[in-house]
Design a protein around this ligand. Sequence first.
Ligand SMILES: Cc1cc2nc3c(=O)[nH]c(=O)nc-3n(C[C@H](O)[C@H](O)[C@H](O)COP(=O)(O)O)c2cc1C
Length: 421
Amino acid sequence: MVDSAEFNRRGGGFRALSADFIQVLERVLAKGTIKRKVLVKLTSIKNNDLLLQNIDPDETFPTSYQELEAVAKEKMSTGAFGYVQSGAGGEETLVKNESSFSKYAIVPRFLNDVSALDTSIRLFGRTYKTPLMIAPVGMQKIAHEDGDIATAKAAAKFGMPFIQSTVSSYSIEEIAEATGDSPKWFQVYWTSQNDEISFSMVKRAEDAGYEAIVLTVDTVMLGWREEDVRNQYSPLMQGFGKANYETDPVFQSTLPANDFDSVIQAIVDNVYHPQLDWAKVAELKKRTSLPVLLKGILHPEDAKLAVANGIDGIIVSNHGGRQLDGVISSIDALPVIAEAVDGAIPILFDSGIRRGSDIVKAIALGADAVCIGRPFVYGLAAGGQKGVEQVLENLYQEMSVTLSLSGVTNLKDIRELVILD
Ligand SMILES: Cc1cc2nc3c(=O)[nH]c(=O)nc-3n(C[C@H](O)[C@H](O)[C@H](O)COP(=O)(O)O)c2cc1C
């Protein structure tokens, strides 16, 4: 038994203690002096503390974002990992997205009863147990063979909305079939050659039971990504993002021939769509009965225009620093936009969320919910569906502990937290 004085002397926190303790136990077990049931007894202790529930001698999954990234690097090809990890240009924005969070500090309140925590949110008529959702990430098969299906199933397990990318590795219908009636949204990259292809995909999503449409506005062309040039790597050209196109009847009808090269050429022609403007957004709004969100809003005037144009929600995002480099970090853009929107429509947030306290800060600064990006992709690479589940679980648990230790018991009260800039 290690008493608390001994624990404090070791000073390495619970994980360090746990690792030490287990090493000793394993040495003893190897000598056969005690039986394995000692370990079983250790893990069968029940308690309400989220941290202690996570001290598990059998746990080998990476804990921090940095550890997760290192495991993903081992598992993925150089090109695929570089594609996920890197940012545009000199990666100024990629770096700032993470570091800017530390400019904001929670000022906790104590002596509130925090024994009951409610993390639920209401969005577009649905109640979700958590404010987390899965950001649209294309071509997930580069991380794991099960790709988007594994991620969508993991999201379904927690009742979190899964936002499917236009350039997903599995089609709308395949993901719908694999996940039943769990909440799913569809992200649109406009199709430049023929607007009807976009409308057809939106209709397919609607028919398959998807509940919202996310139009990404920051990717009218690909950002300048040096790592991909260095590695001569494009998953789009390799066909990892063709599932929704090759199954689309309108897209099919535009093809000169139905072979791999013709499909890829047509996708490449279509994803470049510099002509996207507010008129097309208005047309999209007319063509669907689902809520429409704009993803990639960074300027308060664009946020106000979204409200004026009857848009149902926005996602404050800089695409994880993958599009425009030298751009404001997403978390710095958020409070100004929240002020401009003034509660008129929901504000979602992504880019740079790496741990639970980032989620709390984003909500405190005006987000209604946050989208998880790279962390889940690394979880997928590390362990498929189970890996994504573990990442989501860890983020959720750290968020919950952060909330309780900040003295708040529900997400509305987060706004009362003083966040120092
Ligand atoms: C590998 C990868 C692929 C992505 N694909 C898409 C996509 O298809 N559509 C989209 O709107 N955003 C896409 N994004 C951006 C994410 O939706 C999200 O904005 C971003 O990952 C947030 O930044 P973070 O990962 O640093 O948290 C992608 C991001 C990554 C890392």
